[in-house]
Design a protein around this ligand. Sequence first.
Ligand SMILES: Nc1nc2c(ncn2[C@@H]2O[C@H](COP(=O)(O)OP(=O)(O)OP(=O)(O)O)[C@@H](O)[C@H]2O)c(=O)[nH]1
Length: 682
Amino acid sequence: MNSKQTSSTRNIALVGSYLSGKTTLLESLLFVTKTISRKGKVTDKNTVGDSSTEARDRSMSVEVNVASIDYEGIHFNLIDCPGSVEFLQETYHALMGVDLAIVVCEPNGDRVNTIAPLLKFLDDWKIPHLIFINKMDRLTGDTNHAQALRSQLAALKTVSSRPLVAQQYPISSGNDLIGFIDLVTEQAYQYHVNAAPDAIALSEELAAQEQVEREAMLETIADFDDHLLEELLTEIKPSQAEVLADLQKELSEDQIVPVFFGVAEQDFGVRPLLKALVIESPQPEATIAHRQQLASYVPTDAAAPVAQVLKTYYTPQGGKLSLVRLWLGKLTDGTVLNGSRIGGLYRLMGGQQQPITSAEAGDIVAVARLEGAKTGDTLTTGQNIEPLAIANSLEPVFAWAIAAEKRNDEVKLSNVLNKLCEEDPALRWEQRTETHEIVLLGQGEIHLQVALDRMRRKYNLPISQHAPQILYKETIRKSTNSHGRYKHQSGGHGQFGDVYLDIQPLPRGEGFKFAETIVGGVVPRQYIAGVETGVREYLHKGILGFPIVDIAVTLTNGSYHSVDSSEQAFKQAARLAMQEGMATCEPILLEPINLVEISIPTEYTSSALRLVSGRRGQILGYESKAGWQRWDKVSAYIPEMEMQSLILELRSQTMGVGFFSKTFDRLQEVPEKLVSQVVSAS
Ligand SMILES: Nc1nc2c(ncn2[C@@H]2O[C@H](COP(=O)(O)OP(=O)(O)OP(=O)(O)O)[C@@H](O)[C@H]2O)c(=O)[nH]1
């Protein structure tokens, strides 16, 4: 198979709300174009998208899947993206390489908030997109399809910053959606199972309605075309060609959002969508021209390829595949990109790889064995190029401490974790020295569970997990003077150290301070370091069982023996003094407090405030979230102890869209009633 010429290629991502039918739509697109002869079903676990075991086990997409179709002289690369917020980072990276996104949603106005973050991303990056309202066979509340479309458009308007342009109008028969009117051609069609829709005549009533809807469509697109506006004002009927050219141009320039609908499960509306993709979807050249950075990009060598990694896979056989968008130049097997020689070029079809010999600018292909290339990286044969912009990184909101179930797997753990994080940039891991834990961080419970499933299945590395330990500390409320004497006689010469320590609490955040006020050499200079070491060692674990902070210890007095004293003996003496003294200083438990910023649609602000209060949080205030329409940002201090399940509850109260960022702020005393619970659990 050879690669396609740029202008005959279109790169399209299927994105949208969770379980809205993206994988089903991809399957239908493959089926109606005869790319596949048998249509799979998500519930039967045999679709081209969702090809991995982890996706099929859950009947949901957990990573991007690519398939291509050749239809009417155009090569379409279609990227089926996960809808779950826990896998949103995958979607963001993939979107950086497409010419168009199809946002799939359901006809349920109450759920439009679920696509708000996605639409914001598309708007921020000026990625042209259209909307496909799927599942029009399942209306919620509305009595007919026209009403359902109307209320869905009204709801979508509240989350779309670009004007919506409905290009179709539904035709119902009773409760069934039986066809549509194409508002551009003004032709009505009836759907058929397993066949293209038939042109049908319009009833008088529908014809009148069609005029109204078409008028609305034309008025919106005329806002961006003075010539069309002029025609409308002078009641000249614009030609179909002009309307289509406007739709194509305005979509390419991300000025409008065309809207289509259908029932992907029955292939209804899928052929008309395809037809629109053929005519209206932006060409790769348009994407280059409209993306500022790419448009201004001048490669030093005209033939030098410039590509960006959209996704990294490790195949079940262990080989590395980088899915790349080739922006400029040409790739052939053996091209050296960023110092690594390509070890094969492929087209992906779900889990299958089809070898190709070359790829031209504008295409999306998989490149094998590009060691060192990460998702988001810019690749070239040239030197010193400015890296292309990378999708925003999502901050981790959930963590588990993990351990290999089998002891002798511990060595391979870091290697596997590095590979997983390469495949999935939303996943991070770190070794916490204070607690000796390996902590996996990500976007939620399912996200991390998928990672653990991969470790078990793909790398034969079973893993156990639990909530990470919280870094409690302890300090003291009262000061004291304490005496420690270490005297030991065994056989030859003995051990002697004798110290007086002044122990004082320090203000929060001051850590540990050691000083000495020895006069007259009662503790000789060479032993003072031993005293400090003894004190520091004691601080590792205080009376409550946690490291001690915010304390000042001063060596004030002591005595020594000219033969038996040593640094070691003074260290022991200091430990004894600390043990005795600290017991009288009223130890208190400290917990980490985070500064948390919660982002939610405004209708959920009061729920977020309640959530903060219910978690011992201190609300600092809330305000409109900058750059977001009808979203708020709540700022609060929340104890780390209360954070583990915050994202789960926040999502359950906000249809999955609420998110937060956190930074450690300070240590604060744990309320009296919780101390024994923390101490006994440690
Ligand atoms: N009634 C109805 N069900 C549909 C339609 N399209 C998809 N479904 C069902 O909706 C469920 C989710 O479909 P998917 O195609 O997996 O949805 P998705 O958007 O790819 O899911 P994620 O990527 O995990 O967000 C499956 O049970 C499908 O069979 C449709 O047009 N009508």
